[in-house]
Design a protein. Structure first.
Length: 140
């Protein structure tokens, strides 16, 4: 099992976080075209991010004239760990044998990556979406 440990710096994490922050700041329902325009991202890319957030249960979609996306939970309950969990991918790693230590190295690195991931999630649980909005407002 391999976890992408560089996830926090990934564009997918940043885009998902921006969507959550935008919905937090707006406090209502936004269409995908409104979000794409405000976030300056291509609509197709935004749909992928929204699909991920929908599957994770972070947002809900409403169809029709007043349709769009909104947060499924109160913004004060959403942490960065929720966003991290929504976009992270856990994949089975492919093992290539380089030397007689490869199996042990892979097992130890997998354990280390899980520990790093657990520490990351623990830290991110302390930061709420509303904290990020406040922080961003104070830096301007």
């Amino acid at each position: 099992m391999q976890i992408k440990n560089h996830l926090i710096g990934s564009s997918k994490f940043r885009a998902a976080l921006c969507v959550i922050l935008l919905l937090t700041e707006q406090g209502g329902t936004l269409t995908s075209s409104e979000m794409a325009q405000q976030l300056n991202v291509h609509a197709a890319y935004l749909r992928k991010i929204m699909s991920t957030l929908l599957k994770a249960g972070m947002v809900e979609a409403k169809e029709g004239q007043d349709g769009g996306y909104k947060l499924k939970h109160p913004e004060s309950d959403i942490t960065l760990a929720d966003v991290y969990d929504a976009v992270r991918e856990v994949k089975k790693s492919q093992t290539v044998t380089f030397c007689h230590w490869t199996t042990s190295i892979n097992e130890n690195l997998a354990k280390l990556m899980l520990e790093v991931d657990e520490c990351t999630i623990s830290y991110l649980k302390e930061i709420k979406a509303t904290d990020m909005i406040s922080s961003l407002s104070n830096s301007n």
